[in-house]
Design a protein around this ligand. Structure first.
Ligand code: SF4
Length: 82
């Protein structure tokens, strides 16, 4: 199943697990986790909580399994996708 967009809700504990699982999409910062600009249609690098920017190109297909794995592995379940 392709993923259209992914974002981070509030409450990230910066554990780094998602970036280890899928470094193409997740960039863990000092206080949260960002969705990388390179995989977003809006080219911003934020949590994507308010923008809800779509994944660009074929990333939603190619990285669907890793994104899902990262979401399942997040200890506080703040990685959301649709
Ligand atoms: S796995 Fe979850 S808690 Fe850990 S850095 Fe990623 S979003 Fe934050």
């Amino acid at each position: 199943m392709a993923i259209k967009r992914v974002w981070i809700e509030e409450g990230c504990i910066v554990c780094n697990a998602c970036e280890t699982t899928c470094p193409e999409v997740f960039n863990v910062t000092e206080d949260s986790c960002h969705i990388r600009a390179e995989v977003r249609t809006d080219g911003k690098q934020t949590t994507n909580l308010t923008e809800r920017s779509d994944l660009s190109g074929s990333f939603g297909d190619e990285l669907a399994d890793q994104i899902q794995e990262a979401a399942e592995g997040c200890p506080v379940e703040v990685i959301k996708f649709e």
